[in-house]
Design a protein around this ligand. Structure first.
Ligand code: CTP
Length: 397
């Protein structure tokens, strides 16, 4: 009996998938189909899968070609599956030519001609309204936004606004988007506004974007006054628009997992949190020279305060700031100490002093440690009384 195996996401099941499975089955007598899990797809950067794993499995089964369906949950699984199931042929579409040649050590590898003019990506784009993004600002962070936005389906970067024509044109030319110097024209061309302009302009731009019924993503710090934040969120609610601040850590899947694990008693009741983030900046950088919006706390404070506020909440009994300041009065290093009824926390950030960037969550049964860059949270460990024994690792390896 010839055993064949193939893998895929099979999202929004289409003719290309059907034809691939039909020909895969025809290569042998028994076909195993591996369907990717959501976690695995996310881990490899496939962020916009529409159908659930159950639906995708059902769709593969409905074709009648699969004798067995398995799930693919991690990198490196294919080699083990091939050995485990005594596979004779591994097959996949021709978009992968060459990528799986390493499997030739274990079985025959066949690349089947991909069906033209159809893909899950195409269907996702047809099914959903594309949100046109307009960028306000042309600085360093805006430069990083565009290539990353290209990895996300359902959005397209339409143009950039900058009151300085030269800057708008230079940026637009580089990224092949439109340049706008007229605000009204800019708003007519976009559905979503991403604000990456100097901090002091955030409030005005957010207000005007919401008043033009645009969704808004704004770089941190969104605003510096609580009342301004409250006013803008209230306006967004009234206009039924999304407004959110770009603190990436808050949206990292690993950080969510960390909060879940820490909050579920894995290390007992949490009593101490220490978060540190330092980044050495040049003395003439905006961060160390802007008298109003510069300094360590404004730049990095939102990261180090995030795990503390998420786990301990906002009702601290006491808060104390200690800073080391440069000649211009800006803080080069700041330590914030918070006291809660049942715990204490320290948030440390610095632009002129380097320290170990670590997040530590200590509880009555053990502690969780996340090494730098913990603000991207790709890995963490839980330890107990004997620190050498790691009780839990995320992600599993
Ligand atoms: N496939 C194919 N012809 C197509 C689309 C996919 O033969 N037009 C094959 C792929 O080469 C792969 C399998 O179907 O062997 C599953 O592919 P998958 O990645 O799930 O589908 P795509 O449509 O390529 O998805 P996406 O657009 O998200 O990459």
């Amino acid at each position: 009996m010839i055993k064949v195996i193939t893998y895929g996401t099979f999202d929004l099941f289409h003719e290309g998938h059907y034809r691939l499975l039909q020909r895969a089955k025809a290569l042998g007598d028994y076909l195993i189909v591996g369907v990717t899990t959501e976690v695995y797809d996310k881990a490899r950067g496939k962020l916009n899968v529409v159908d659930s794993l159950m639906t995708r499995i059902e769709n593969v089964k409905k074709t009648g070609f699969a004798d067995e369906v398995i799930i693919e949950e991690e990198l490196g699984q294919k080699v083990n599956d091939i050995k485990k199931f005594h596979i004779d042929i591994f097959t996949v579409g021709s978009d992968w030519v060459g990528s799986f040649d390493y499997l030739k050590n274990y079985c025959k590898v066949v690349y089947l001609e991909r069906t033209k003019n159809i893909s899950s990506t195409m269907l996702r784009e047809q099914n959903s309204h594309i949100q046109r993004i307009g960028i306000i600002g042309t600085g360093r962070i805006a430069e990083r936004f565009i290539p990353e936005a290209r990895l996300v389906s359902g959005v397209s970067t339409q143009g950039v606004y900058n009151p300085h024509e030269e800057s708008a044109k230079r940026f637009a030319h580089k990224w092949e988007i439109n340049a706008y110097t007229d605000m009204e024209e800019f708003y007519r061309a976009v559905d979503v506004v991403y604000i990456a302009s100097p901090h002091e302009t955030h409030y005005g731009y957010i207000r005007s974007a919401l008043e033009h019924d645009k969704h808004v993503l704004c770089e941190k710090p969104m605003v510096l006054k609580k009342a301004q934040a409250e006013e803008l969120f209230e306006l967004a609610r009234k206009r039924e628009k999304v407004l959110f601040e770009g603190i990436k850590t808050a949206y990292c899947p690993g950080f969510h997992k960390l909060l879940g694990v820490a909050g579920s008693g894995t290390v007992g009741a949490i009593r101490n949190i220490e978060a540190c983030f330092t980044k050495l900046e040049k003395a003439d950088s905006r961060e160390l020279t802007d008298p109003v919006y510069g300094g360590s706390f404004l730049e990095l404070g939102s990261y180090v305060m995030l795990p503390i506020l998420k786990l301990f909440g906002k009702s601290f009994e006491d808060i104390r700031f200690d800073s080391i300041r440069g000649e211009n009065g800006l803080d080069l290093f700041t330590r914030i100490s918070l006291k809660y009824p049942m715990g204490v926390a320290t948030a440390t950030c610095g632009l002129g002093v380097k320290s170990e960037g670590r997040l530590l969550i200590a509880g009555t049964k053990g502690y969780i440690v996340v090494e730098a860059p913990w603000w991207k949270t790709t890995y963490f460990e839980a330890h107990y009384e004997n620190p050498g024994e790691i009780g839990l690792k995320f992600p599993k390896i």
